[in-house]
Design a protein around this ligand. Structure first.
Ligand code: NDP
Length: 392
């Protein structure tokens, strides 16, 4: 029986994975080694009971007693805190899903890769902040990293034998998020509630706001650069409001292969779970006749300055990805807390990148977790300083 672990089980991606696993038979089909959550003890305990996980870890250490109580009568070992997540990630499992949101997701993914495991990677921040380190350690240990971000999974599926031979260009599609049709001058007034509603995908709140600002696509451009080792001019972004084509791969002979499907994360998760094979998944069939037409347009950088910043980060390399990632998280916190406006997020990130570029070793890719976290803390401080000076 295959064994697996889920880091970030209680989130949106974690829930989709849980749905697939329970439909497949739960503990009769898979041995669950570890499940982790951030603060949602009740849901973590329910999932742990359903999958009969060996270890359940809650990131917030103050919640350990609650988790223990919720798991009373089971044989699951309850644990809490970052060190316990670290330990869980080192436990052998055939397949591990990295679905914690933010920089906190880097450490468990790194541990899985260091032990040569198979990492299904939803946490795009890992590649943005530490792509060369993560990919380098995977090469050294023989680990397999499978993309779970839907666009990157789609590209991966359009490649012949998983190779980039003869690939000229990859295209990431973007729905355009909540504000794709708003007049640009109205964006300055956008509220958190307005930014939190996605036209097509049902996702966690943070990534939904990142879709509205296109910071999500900015992260994905950097992620594609790190994962597929492609330069800026071979990664294109197209706005595709219907979210049916997730990505395209254009070959030298003029053929463009598109990956299509309904916007449902269970496809990309299920693909990674069953790779290199395929399995029947509970995904609605695509009804192109009912859809009638699919539309595409070039993204507008005035509306979405995050895309320009991503291009600059790809060209800069070094610590730029770690800085953009952390500054973006800080700016998002500041927007969600009402301290800055929606349009201020890109300005705060650009400020942190400018300050970061003046620091020693900015041109070197961080090669340890501590180095990534140092850049992360500094960039958050720089973005927060900008927010404090430009408070609305
Ligand atoms: P959610 O916010 O829905 O879930 C995040 C998960 O991480 C939860 O389990 C949460 O726990 C846990 N968590 C939060 N903070 C910490 C922390 N400091 N330490 C440990 N665990 C923590 O996020 P999503 O599921 O939307 O996204 C997860 C990742 O997948 C992100 O990197 C995102 O970019 C990526 N992704 C998401 C997609 C989607 O459709 N949602 C699509 C493609 C990629 P709790 O809820 O218990 O507090």
């Amino acid at each position: 029986m295959r064994s697996l672990s889920i880091f970030g089980a209680t989130g949106s991606v974690g829930e989709s994975a849980f749905d697939l696993l329970t439909r497949a038979g739960g503990p009769d089909a898979y041995r669950t080694v570890a499940l982790t959550g951030g603060r949602n003890v009740a849901r973590l305990a329910e999932m742990t009971r359903a999958l009969q996980a060996e270890v359940a870890v809650i990131a917030d250490e103050t919640l350990l007693d609650d988790l223990r109580s919720a798991l009373a009568g089971t044989s699951t070992r309850a644990a809490a805190g970052e060190a316990a997540i670290d330990e869980a990630a080192r436990m052998p499992s055939d397949w591990s899903l990295s679905a914690i949101v933010g920089t906190a997701g880097l450490m468990p993914g790194l541990r899985v890769v260091e032990r040569g495991g198979t990492l299904a990677l939803a946490n795009k921040e890992s590649l943005v902040a530490a792509g060369p380190m993560l990919m380098g350690r995977a090469r050294a240990s023989g680990a397999t990293i499978l993309p779970v971000d839907s666009e990157h999974s789609a590209i991966f599926q359009c490649l012949e034998d998983g190779k980039l031979d003869h690939v000229e260009m990859v295209t990431l599609t973007a729905s355009g998020g909540a504000f794709r049709d708003w007049p640009v001058e109205r964006l300055v007034h956008a509220t958190v509630a307005e930014a939190s509603s996605h036209p097509n995908w049902s996702m966690g709140q943070r990534i939904t706001i990142d879709s509205a600002s296109m910071f999500n696509k900015a992260l994905e451009v950097i992620e594609a650069h790190e994962f597929f080792a492609l330069p800026n001019d071979r990664i294109r972004v197209l706005v595709h409001p219907e979210s049916i084509v997730h990505a395209m791969v254009t070959y030298a002979d003029g053929a463009t292969l598109a990956h299509m499907g309904p916007p449902d994360m269970r496809h990309a998760i299920g693909h990674a779970l069953h790779w290199p094979g395929r399995a029947r998944l509970p995904i609605a069939a695509l009804d192109l006749a009912a859809l009638g037409s699919l539309t595409f347009r070039a993204p507008d950088e005035e509306r979405w300055p995050a895309l320009r910043l991503a291009r600059e980060v790809v060209d800069q390399g070094g610590a730029a990805g770690a800085v953009l990632n952390a500054a973006k998280e800080q700016a998002l916190d500041d927007f969600m807390a009402g301290r800055i406006r929606f349009t201020d997020m890109a300005a705060a990130v650009e400020h942190a990148l400018d300050i970061g570029a003046g620091r020693p070793h900015f041109g070197d890719s961080p090669n340890t977790l501590d180095a990534v976290l140092d850049w992360d803390r500094a960039a958050r401080r720089d973005a927060a300083d900008w927010a404090a000076r430009n408070r609305r």
